[in-house]
Design a binder for this molecule. Structure first.
Ligand code: ADP
Ligand code: ADP
Length: 224
């Protein structure tokens, strides 16, 4: 079977994590989520966490030299040998070049860059209502995807919290950072013929159906 090397692109709050959870189940792909890796490093107090924490709290990108090595190691590791789903990386052209070179060294190529598009108004509404389980990391929304019991994760009843960087002032800054540093990747992957766009304002199920259909087609094309 052909390998699926996928990245998820889109502004903060587009629904990348929500879709990733479903897609990794569908296609049995290892899920490499930069934000989750960084937040775990901060919690564990590792060197990576120490270097990343200030940038994350401020809604800035962690510098390329801190993040690139960590993510390439995951992509090149044995768990991702048959494919991967990258969420939150690359977020700059420097990171995209590094990923491209890393894959080339392994004689692999990107299958697709999946862009989930949503306007700024939706981003603010989604991030201000986002709640995350302290234990499982599962993501909810107070209005659009509420847990069965308020403030508790459906999976294990763990506490749901708001991320520090989901406060309105930081969200606005993260959107600016997205526009300046990450949006150029849309043209970058379009020029390389890898970009696939999805309307992220649809329901999670509709977005999921669209992405799944696209991946199935890409896989078929690859096998022909
Ligand atoms: P969201 O899911 O809201 O888009 P993430 O959880 O992916 O946010 O990222 C949270 C924070 O972690 C970012 O605001 C940034 O500080 C840092 N971060 C995540 N991915 C990267 C990356 N590829 N490069 C630099 N910083 C990153
Ligand atoms: P990202 O990983 O891109 O930052 P998330 O998957 O964490 O985004 O989603 C951000 C918030 O929006 C979460 O609270 C999530 O429950 C909610 N959400 C995700 N997809 C949708 C959607 N299609 N419609 C409405 N709300 C959504």
């Amino acid at each position: 079977m052909s390998e699926l090397n996928l990245i998820l692109l889109g502004p903060p709050g587009a629904g990348k994590g929500t879709q990733a959870e479903r897609l990794t189940d569908d296609f049995n792909l290892p899920y490499i989520a930069t934000g989750n890796i960084l937040r775990a490093a901060v919690q564990e107090g590792t060197e990576l966490g120490r270097q990343a924490q200030g940038f994350m709290t401020a809604g800035e990108l962690v510098p390329d030299e801190v993040i690139i090595g960590v993510i390439l190691e995951a992509v090149e590791g044995p768990a991702a040998r048959d494919g991967f789903l990258l969420d939150g990386f690359p977020r700059s052209t420097g990171q995209a070049d590094a990923l491209g070179e890393g894959l080339e060294r392994l004689e692999r190529r990107l299958t697709a860059a999946l862009l989930i598009d949503v306007p700024d108004e939706d981003v603010v509404r989604r991030l201000s209502g986002r709640r995350v389980s302290v234990k499982t990391g599962r993501v909810y929304h107070v209005e659009f995807d509420p847990p069965k019991h308020e403030g508790r994760c459906d999976v294990d009843g763990s506490r749901l919290v708001q991320r520090d960087d989901d406060k309105p002032e930081t969200v606005r800054h993260r959107l600016e950072v997205y526009r300046t540093s990450t949006l150029p990747l849309v043209a970058y992957y379009e020029e390389r013929g890898s970009l696939r766009r999805f309307d992220g304002t649809r329901s999670p199920t509709e977005v999921h159906d669209h992405i799944r259909a696209t991946i199935a087609t890409l896989r078929l094309e690859d096998e022909l």
